[in-house]
Structures are given as C-alpha cells and as structure tokens.
Write a protein that binds this ligand. Structure first.
Ligand SMILES: [Zn+2]
Length: 85
C-alpha cells in the first residue's frame, strides 16, 4: 500500500523511487481531488487484486508502470476464458 491517510493529510509514495507527495485534507471529496491532482502531475495508479500501486512521472517509474500493466494483462489473457479468435 503506497497511500497513507492521516488525520490532516494524504500521503502518496511512489512504488518505484519512493518519492512522496503530500496533500493537506480539504474536507469531503478531497481524496478524489488529490487523486486528480496527482494524475495531473503525471503519476500513474495501477490497480491489481484490489491493491493500488502508485508511480510518479520519473521515466524509470513510468517503465515500471508499463511492466506491471503488461504483467497484469498477460495474467488476464492467460486465464481459461480466452477462447475467442
Ligand atoms: Zn517514482
């Protein structure tokens, strides 16, 4: 888990390089506002098995996102349901 929730702030940490981004809580709905903001800054959020990974805009971290997405896609494609062709 790379997102921490505090009484007065949300802190996201990059799963690639460890860079963190802190947001002061601004009331109801502020979490989604933080998510929008972090995406605007070029961060990527990858969901896998209900768990979220966060990666910053660093090129190395973006490469990690691509790798992780490919791994998830491969696993989905490897499931038995794939009979269409
Ligand atoms: Zn990073």
């Amino acid at each position: 888990m790379s997102m921490s929730e505090y009484e007065d702030a949300f802190v996201f940490a990059c799963d690639g390089c460890g860079l963190s981004a802190e947001f002061v809580r601004g009331g109801p709905g502020s979490f989604m506002a933080c998510v929008s903001e972090i995406k605007y800054r070029g961060w990527r959020i990858v969901r896998e098995d209900g768990d979220y990974s966060h990666f910053c805009s660093n090129p190395d971290c973006r490469a990690s996102v691509a790798k992780k997405s490919a791994a998830i896609a491969k696993r989905l494609l490897d499931q038995p349901l794939r009979t269409v062709k």
